[in-house]
Design a protein around this ligand. Structure first.
Ligand SMILES: Cc1cc2nc3c(=O)[nH]c(=O)nc-3n(C[C@H](O)[C@H](O)[C@H](O)COP(=O)(O)OP(=O)(O)OC[C@H]3O[C@@H](n4cnc5c(N)ncnc54)[C@H](O)[C@@H]3O)c2cc1C
Length: 653
């Protein structure tokens, strides 16, 4: 028999062994299956497109919202029985996968998987995300030695989180010398620093992972911080980039020289030793959510007990029996409050606006053994599952948060679809708090779903808020006192510990570094609190400075930041190729291109729930402009970042 086809480029997925399991084992595994991607995976595997039965297609309207894509019990049973037949026959015929389908057939399989039609424009993007058949589709297809063997060109990458690791990997693939500067002692960024109890990803992991480094063995659907920290550490090892990283070293300044046409990057390590590095390009991968934000509250420094931010969790503080005050009910607090509520003596939760929370029954669940067996034994099933998540939580979801100008917004929604979502989420909260009607007015948001990040819940949020030792305080905070927190009604809430779940300095991109460009222009003075970039990546007057997870590359409901960084890194590598091939030293985005792009982004952001709503959120900067979010489809970002258009740039020789 021939060697099993690895079907994947991932360093974490071994070639799948031929199936030897009994019919009963396969049938039991199928009981745990995520069904919508199952028949598409089998059609892909066997080439038998008759498996794409119309009566087993998910309804696209329900697919994004309901478990199992809204398939009925009968449909699920029929699909499982069919899958059993196919898998048994596949096993008995020696587990030989069919030849890859033609593009037309691949499109048919994809459209069946998500219940939609007309996805032709998506085919190349979706093929990349599917990432089967042993190819890393987004890897550079060139090397410096091919395009400019005599040219010396070096890059400094700032940050070794998800984006920095990726940039380093791609630079290495293109044979471009680089160094990564990382202030922490290890890689991982977000997933290294946020060690608060309950920290986990909000996107299913089969999607929240690099497309070219997927895993079949995620322990959870939504993995915990330690699992993700391990994943990014494993990636850095597998990509062999660790030796290029200077840990515990912070970038203080980066200055462009009009004379040398290079960057000078000043760093300081943990012993205070300062070093400057010269480089041709700088890639900032410092994250949007890396610098904790503390609220501007009078007396914040006067509190006499321990106080810390969720992203700097102080594990030396024993919360047992303590009076704990938590400020904020955002994404982190919704994860850690349920974890500490039973340990604390009392927990006072200070809320400005309640979050919308979406029912996610498997939020804390381990991947069931049968499902894991399928991921690990049925070639391409795990990848098709990723594809399914990518679509249903990606562009299929965005319409639910787009404003319909004709819609009556007084209901608290921005369109008919948004209203459908609001009604469903309200019903969920009403059911969860049915026995505590006193809490209901405080837990049901009055702003439209999607105006702030939608959070996940498996019932634990309501159970926590209903605990006898937990109180939800919605009276605004007046000041912090040496003993606790005083609200505007004059009450002092005495506390032993204060925990800030107050998010990050998200709109202060690239802070606190000092970055100067052409003619010594200071980036932060130039932005004046309103960061903008072309495609979130390049900024006029700052040649060869590239940002990842930069302005307007965050998403609210649709997708994963890893996707944006993969697109962004491909674009940056395309810019470097443009320079090297053409013998240019640098490129600087044309101001008019940048301005026009930002105008489009601003217009579209105003047409989204987060831009139209008045509610306070971290998506808006101090000027009220949405500087975080990408308002268009994922396809649009992919299309715009495939390769740089030279006319968008001034090329500097
Ligand atoms: C609690 C939490 C949960 C999240 N959940 C999700 C989710 O479910 N789905 C999702 O898509 N995204 C999520 N995010 C967003 C998350 O930040 C991104 O998915 C991703 O981790 C960003 O990676 P990054 O490398 O761009 O930035 P980061 O992970 O923030 O890494 C930035 C790195 O740069 C380093 N750095 C910063 N400044 C300097 C400097 N001056 N010098 C040297 N080094 C520097 C930092 O130390 C850090 O290592 C979450 C964020 C948080 C905080």
């Amino acid at each position: 028999m021939s060697e099993p086809d690895p079907l994947t480029s991932s360093p974490f997925v071994a070639a799948i062994e031929p199936i030897t399991a009994s019919d009963e084992t396969i049938a039991r595994a199928l009981d745990d299956a995520e069904v919508p991607p199952l028949l598409p995976a089998l059609a892909y595997l066997t080439g038998d497109l008759s498996l794409l039965r119309d009566d087993l297609r998910p309804d696209p309207l329900l697919a994004a919202a309901l478990p199992q894509g809204g398939l009925t019990d009968d449909q699920l049973a029929t699909a499982r029985a069919l899958a059993l037949e196919v898998l048994v026959a596949f096993r008995d015929r020696g587990c030989i996968p069919a030849e890859p389908p033609s593009p037309d057939d691949l499109l048919r399989i994809m459209e069946h998987a998500v219940g939609e039609s007309g996805l032709g424009a998506y085919l190349p993007l979706l093929s990349e995300e599917l990432a089967v058949r042993d190819r890393d589709h987004r890897a550079p297809d060139w090397q410096r030695s091919d395009v400019a063997p005599e040219t010396e060109f070096t890059v400094v990458v700032i940050g070794a989180g998800m984006s920095g690791i990726l940039a380093a990997h791609r630079l290495q693939q293109a044979d471009i010398p680089f160094v990564v500067i990382e202030k922490d002692a290890d890689v991982g960024g977000t997933w290294l620093e946020n060690t608060y109890p309950g920290c986990r990803v909000d996107n299913p992991n089969h999607n929240y992972s690099y497309s070219f480094a997927q895993r079949h063995d995620w322990p959870y659907h939504f993995s915990t911080q330690s699992v993700l920290e391990g994943y990014f550490r494993d990636c850095a090892e597998a990509f062999a980039i660790r030796d290029h990283i200077r840990f515990e070293t912070e970038v203080l300044t980066a200055a462009w020289s009009d004379t040398t046409r290079r960057w000078t990057v000043k760093t300081r390590d943990s012993s205070g030793h300062e070093v400057t590095i010269e480089a041709d390009a700088v890639i900032s991968a410092v994250g949007q959510l890396n610098r904790p934000s503390f609220p501007r509250i009078e007396g914040i420094d006067s509190f006499e007990g321990p106080a810390f931010h969720s992203a700097r969790w102080d594990h030396t503080v024993d919360l047992a029996g303590k009076r704990v005050a938590v400020i904020g009910t955002g994404a982190s607090a919704v994860q850690f409050v349920p974890e500490i509520a039973s340990t604390a003596g009392t927990l006072a939760l200070f809320q400005r606006t309640p979050p919308w929370i979406g029912p996610t029954p498997d939020y804390h669940e381990a991947v069931a053994p049968g499902l894991r067996w399928l991921y690990e034994n049925v070639p391409s099933y795990s990848e098709w599952n990723r594809f399914w998540i990518f679509w249903r939580m990606g562009d299929a979801a965005i319409e639910a948060v787009r404003v319909d100008e004709a819609w009556d917004r007084s209901l608290g929604s921005v369109s008919a679809t948004n209203e459908f979502l609001r009604t469903a989420l309200t019903a969920y909260l009403e059911a969860e708090f049915a026995d505590r009607p006193d809490l209901l007015p405080h837990v049901v948001p009055t702003y439209p779903p999607g105006a702030k990040r939608l959070l996940r819940d498996n019932g634990i949020w309501a159970r926590t808020l209903k605990r006898d030792n937990v109180s939800l305080i919605t009276e605004p905070i007046a000041r912090i006192t040496p003993q606790g927190i005083e609200t505007t009604d004059g009450r002092e809430h005495v506390a032993d510990v204060i925990i800030y779940g107050t998010g990050f300095e998200a709109s202060k991109f690239l802070a606190p570094m000092r970055v100067t460009g052409r003619d010594g222009l200071d980036l932060h003075e130039h932005w004046a609190g309103d960061a903008r970039a072309y495609l979130g990546i390049t900024v006029p007057h700052f040649p060869n400075l590239f940002c990842l997870y930069g302005p307007n590359t965050n998403i609210v409901i649709n997708g994963s930041i890893i996707y944006f960084s993969e697109c962004g890194v491909r674009y940056i590598l395309g810019c470097l190729k443009l320079l090297l091939e053409g013998g240019h030293r640098a490129l600087d985005v044309r101001p008019e291109v940048h301005d026009e792009f930002n105008r489009l982004v601003d217009d579209e952001n105003r047409a989204m729930a987060w831009g139209a709503s008045e509610v306070h959120s971290w998506y808006k900067n101090d000027r009220g402009r949405v500087s975080q979010n990408w308002p268009f489809t994922l396809l649009e970002y992919w299309r715009r970042t495939l390769a740089p258009d030279p006319v968008d740039y001034e090329l500097i020789d």
